[in-house]
Design a protein around this ligand. Structure first.
Ligand code: CAA
Length: 283
């Protein structure tokens, strides 16, 4: 299956990053969101991030413009019907994702590949609710999408080889590297990363260190580009908590118990950078 046109559902942090890298790699991209405002914001963010790449001489002004010209936006989900590949990057709620695939399905070509950028929901379960489980895969990008090299490819139990190989080719065409993961809770990156972040929150909760000393320790002592608490704020504390819950429930092991302090922050609405308050104050 030759992929040329891509429909991205959801214009948030991940969706706009995904639209950015696909457009820059030469794909025609249709970006959909229920909110016209979110689409405008996404185009602004993509323009700004492409400008960064121009100013660092990673791309030319003409390449930036060509990428912007390849992105069209729509609030009508079914406008994505002619796409060769759908990447769902909507809210991390299973009912929302399932409804999107159900609404799209009757408008798609039989060959269209369906993917979800979910960070933790079962690919097999999402696929089973569509009319093409063999053409369904997890397609998990990392944040910030234009910078991070890795994409996780997650096969559901029914995913066929043709779909897997088509997506491997797509990842290569983006200049990124694919890691194949089996469909178990939180796949590879988050299975390892989230317990570390959760442990950092326990370290704070138990008074072992302050926010700054925990982050400095991991930056200077383990060469991480960001400390775990700063990274949690960057990812979103609600997302971190949701993934810990998926690990805790899915693997039924107390070692994945979310730290009560993480739960408390989320209950307070302190979700990190996006709400201007998390472990750090961004106001
Ligand atoms: N778009 C385009 N370029 C961007 C960018 C964006 N959104 N954000 C940063 N950049 C570029 C900068 O222009 C800069 O480019 P050069 O190397 O050419 O100079 C480079 O990235 C580094 O940026 P900065 O100098 O501004 O800042 P930094 O050195 O502090 O790096 C960072 C920022 C890349 C975010 C770095 O701190 C980092 O790698 N942090 C860890 C990120 C991480 O772990 N992400 C994974 C999260 S887990 C996940 O995503 C999975 C999930 O499901 C939750």
């Amino acid at each position: 299956m030759d992929v040329r046109t891509v429909g991205v559902v959801g214009a948030g942090q991940m969706g706009n990053g995904i639209a950015h890298v696909f457009a820059l790699a030469g794909y025609e991209v249709k970006l959909n969101d229920i909110s016209a405002e979110a689409l405008d914001r996404a185009l602004g963010t993509i323009g700004k991030n492409l400008d960064r790449q121009v100013s660092r001489e990673k791309i030319t002004e003409a390449e930036k413009q060509a990428a912007m010209d390849r992105i069209s936006t729509t609030t009508v989900l079914t406008d994505l019907g002619s796409s060769d590949l759908i990447i769902e990057a909507a809210t991390e709620r299973e009912t929302v994702k399932t409804a999107i695939f159900e609404d799209l399905q009757p408008h798609l070509k039989p060959t269209t590949i369906l993917t979800s950028n979910t960070s933790s929901i079962s690919i097999t379960r999402l696929a089973s609710r569509t009319d093409r489980p063999e053409k369904f895969m997890g397609f998990h990008f990392m944040n910030p999408v234009p910078v991070m090299q890795l994409v996780e490819l997650i096969r559901g139990i029914a995913t066929d080889e043709e779909t897997y190989h088509s997506l491997l080719k797509v990842v290569e065409s983006l200049g990124k590297t694919a890691a194949s993961a089996e469909d178990f809770p939180a796949f590879i990156v988050n299975r390892i990363l989230m317990p570390m972040i959760n442990e950092a929150v326990y370290t704070l909760y138990e008074g072992v260190g302050s926010v700054r000393s925990i982050d400095e320790s991991m930056k200077l002592g383990a060469n991480h580009p960001m400390g775990p608490l700063e990274l949690a704020d960057f990812i979103g504390l609600d997302t971190c908590l949701a993934i810990m819950n998926v690990l805790h429930e899915g693997l039924a092991d107390t070692k994945y118990r979310p730290c009560p302090l993480l739960t408390k922050y989320v209950e307070a609405g302190w979700l990190g950078r996006k709400t201007h308050r998390g472990f750090y104050d961004y106001r």
